[in-house]
Ligand binder design. Structure first.
Ligand SMILES: [Zn+2]
Length: 140
């Protein structure tokens, strides 16, 4: 069973990621999905929300190879010589989210195709207290 009583916060979203669940917030008034979740519906401003588990499946709708990485990615070993691909994924549920894209070659962006089917992957880093789970998508 999924605990759906959590607040609509980034911390709760990250906790779901650590449980390998990609959860969106859904407005119970107008049905709008938000990913990452928001405490207020961006469409009708209702605060009546519920958690919804997404399929984690979608397609690549845009991407870029990142050579100058933000600090938390540098800490994972990415740099000018070892780039990674960041992409926008449109989930089957219709929401878009940006995340790292796995299973593609960052040094050959010309071979990466918009529309490629992807599915959610959960990257675990660190140990003990420092353990974190990041969302990524794997090209299939
Ligand atoms: Zn709404």
């Amino acid at each position: 069973m999924i605990d759906t009583t959590r607040p609509f916060t980034v911390a709760a979203f990250n906790q779901y990621l650590s449980e390998k669940k990609l959860m969106a917030s859904r407005c119970t008034r107008c049905g709008e999905l938000s990913l990452p979740p928001r405490a207020i519906c961006p469409k009708c401003y209702s605060g009546a929300l519920e958690w919804m588990e997404t399929s984690g499946k979608g397609k690549l709708s845009g991407f870029t190879s990142i050579y100058i990485a933000p600090t938390f990615m540098v800490e994972q070993g990415f740099n000018r010589e070892n780039p990674y691909v960041s992409g926008i994924v449109e989930l089957d549920e219709g929401v878009k989210i940006s995340a790292r894209i796995l299973g593609v070659d960052p040094k050959k962006p010309e071979e990466i195709k918009v529309g490629t089917p992807v599915s959610a992957a959960f990257i675990e880093t660190g140990e003990g207290e420092a353990r974190k789970t990041y969302l990524a998508f794997e090209a299939s």
